[in-house]
Design a protein around this ligand. Structure first.
Ligand SMILES: NC(=O)c1ccc[n+]([C@@H]2O[C@H](COP(=O)([O-])OP(=O)(O)OC[C@H]3O[C@@H](n4cnc5c(N)ncnc54)[C@H](O)[C@@H]3O)[C@@H](O)[C@H]2O)c1
Length: 394
């Protein structure tokens, strides 16, 4: 049985992959620097929400096809090493091209040249080549591939078994070994060069980010003209396939799309007007929303309740959530701000939905959770998502 060690294996991408591989005939280990995460996983509890993962974690721990560890020594007996640590941009929006290189560096004392290395974090283009050069300085010549993750957080277990896998490899042997691994999950593979795969992943995320920005800009224009964008969008996309992918308005945030747009901007020497414009539109939405609230209400004498803290609907992930940006702005402009979320458990300041509704004068949907869809209240609800189906003119 092949042994796979996943570096960063306690995270949103690493853990689902480890579980699915364990369920597909591999012996897998999640290697992570977070002791807390490793203890949580080994105690049988998922550290975050992911459909079907709790059951799979219990099963794979019980049949001993999976465990988590903080000890790099587990790498010594591995056939395959997957590296999928987080790759955020810093507070000045600079990517850190050395994050993955440094993580690999810590693994090197335990590595050997027979191993297959799969880099899976979303990276600054050129990182795969850097990792290869670094390994060579220690006389390590394993096959190094770049195989990006393209799952939708929350649906990883399903999508890992469905989405075609892009494989960036420079040698036939590396491409074959990586293909064999992913084909065991029942997916098709596409072989390209590592830099093509690195860019493919960035382009995928940035394309989505720009699409959301276009929709948000259209919403903003419609709103300024006193028109309901949701009606216009419906008219455009009705039985018209070429516009069927026009998204609705809404906060576009989270741990990937924004930072990957900034990674691509840095890669193109900051000559990425489209990406920066998309950032301005998407990140500017909370401010625009508050300016509209100020036109409609006497904000400084009102309590505003934000429904949904997560960065997207049906998620418990608050990383880079624009609900928190909205909260920050409102804390300055309104009398009081309250926030609630049925899924988020990492913020002690959140209160129940009932209390939020009761104590607020105006409600704003921050994340379109289904729980808010049939909300019954006489309080005004600001809903740029059109979750409630009443349009999104504010
Ligand atoms: N979240 C998504 O939906 C998604 C989808 C596709 C791709 N990605 C990409 O996958 C990568 C990981 O994202 P994520 O959301 O899983 O991040 P995450 O923060 O949830 O997980 C990263 C994990 O790596 C661990 N870690 C950090 N440095 C380490 C090191 N040196 N050695 C061992 N463990 C280390 C952390 O403790 C954490 O558990 C990023 O590059 C991201 O852009 C994410």
């Amino acid at each position: 049985m092949q042994k796979v060690v996943i570096v960063g294996g306690g995270g949103h991408v690493g853990l689902p992959l480890a579980l699915v591989l364990a369920d597909s005939g591999f012996q897998t280990v999640s290697l992570d620097i977070s002791t807390e995460t490793v203890e949580t996983i080994n105690s049988g509890k998922m550290p975050f929400a992911e459909v079907g993962a709790q059951e799979l974690l219990s099963k794979t721990l019980a049949d001993k096809s999976f465990f988590a560890s903080t000890d790099h020594k587990v790498i010594e007996s591995a056939d395959v090493l997957v590296v999928v640590i987080g790759t955020p941009v810093d507070e000045h929006l600079n990517p850190d091209p050395n994050a993955v290189v440094n993580a690999v560096s810590a693994c090197m004392p335990y590595m050997n040249s027979k191993q297959l290395i799969i880099l899976r974090s979303t990276v600054f283009p050129g990182v795969t080549e850097r990792v290869k050069s670094l390994l060579a300085t220690s006389n390590l010549f394993p096959e190094v591939t770049f195989c990006p993750e393209r799952i939708l957080e929350g649906h990883a277990l399903k999508e890992l078994r469905e989405l075609p896998q892009i494989i960036g490899a420079t040698s036939e042997s590396g491409a074959n070994q990586a293909s064999e691994l992913f084909e065991k999950l029942g997916v098709k593979t596409i072989i390209v060069m590592p830099e093509e795969a690195e860019l493919a992943k960035l382009f995928t995320n940035v394309w989505r980010y720009i699409k959301f920005a276009a929709a948000n800009q259209f919403w903003l224009m419609s709103n300024e003209a006193g028109l309901d964008f949701s009606r216009i969008r419906e008219a455009i996309s009705f039985e018209y396939p070429r516009a069927s992918d026009l998204p609705n308005a809404g906060f576009s945030a989270g741990p990937c799309l924004f930072k990957d747009t900034m990674q691509l901007a840095a890669f193109s020497n900051n000559n990425f007007a489209l990406g920066h414009s998309a950032m301005q539109v998407n990140e500017g939405l909370p401010l625009y929303l508050v300016s509209k609230l100020e036109e409609k209400f006497d904000l400084k004498n009102l309590t505003i309740g934000i429904l949904g803290a997560a960065f997207k609907g049906e998620s418990d992930d608050i990383r880079s959530s624009l609900s928190y940006k909205l909260k920050k702005i409102l804390q300055f402009r309104a009398r009081k701000v309250l926030m609630t979320d049925p899924y988020v458990s990492v913020d002690a300041k959140l209160i129940s939905l009932e209390e939020t509704i009761e104590k607020s004068d105006v409600l704003v949907i921050g994340a379109p959770h289904y729980a808010y869809k049939n909300l019954v209240t006489t309080k005004p609800i600001i809903d740029i998502w059109n979750l409630l189906g009443n349009g999104n003119l504010i």
